[in-house]
Design a protein around this ligand. Structure first.
Ligand code: ZN
Length: 205
């Protein structure tokens, strides 16, 4: 349970309060602890920021029962938005090609059988196997459960008589963040994503 919470999504803002990426709760705590970031919390229409110690103290009186992590000595509420204190670059608007981001794109769903799994029960599969000239790209790498992965092995889709539930492609930054938004139903993200939506430079995905 706690491991799942630690892997859930946190919106990251640069020091100009622009959304730049989604990270895990685990990484967010790391950044907070190192004083590279602060928690952003919206209450009563205003935004407040907290350093790690302030956030820990604030969490003790929290009446929220969900989103709490208990350590041996204290409890701490998990952040949903963090603000980087030193990074002021403009949003990259590019979703990085990482294992975590492929899992988010595919919503932890095996792209062959269509079933949802825990991250630990999923693998990455090359649609065209590497040994057959397939590449490490958004279009060629998908989430796969272990049985589907074993069945497909080193075969192409035709050879394995399998098909993909949807065509894999590189996610646009906005659709990507929106999926995270839907998943955690975090109202407070909306403020930042709306700003990002209206200010983003238009280009073809
Ligand atoms: Zn499967």
């Amino acid at each position: 349970m706690q491991a799942n919470i630690l892997n859930s999504n946190v919106l990251v803002l640069n020091k100009l309060w622009q959304p730049i990426e989604i990270c895990s709760v685990r990484r967010a705590f790391c950044l907070l602890y190192l004083r590279h970031a602060q928690v952003v919390l919206k209450e009563g229409g205003s935004f407040y920021t907290f350093g790690f110690e302030e956030w820990r103290d604030f969490s003790q009186n929290s009446t929220v029962n969900t989103d709490i992590i208990k350590t041996i000595t204290y409890k701490i509420r998990i952040p949903r938005i963090i603000l980087l204190l030193f990074y002021d670059r403009f949003p990259p608007r590019e979703v990085k090609f990482t294992r975590r981001n492929i899992y988010i794109r595919d919503q932890n769903t095996c792209q062959y059988c269509g079933k949802k799994f825990d991250s630990k029960d999923l693998n990455l599969d090359h649609v065209i196997p590497l040994s057959r000239g397939g590449k490490d790209t958004w279009e060629n790498v998908v989430c796969s459960c272990v049985p589907c992965n074993l069945h497909k092995s080193n075969k192409t889709l035709t050879e394995a008589k399998m098909h993909l539930i949807r065509k894999p492609k590189k996610p646009s930054w906005r659709s990507f963040v929106k999926e995270g938004l839907i998943k955690i139903k975090e109202e407070s993200w909306k403020d930042f994503l709306d700003i990002a939506y209206w200010n983003v430079e238009l280009k073809q995905d």
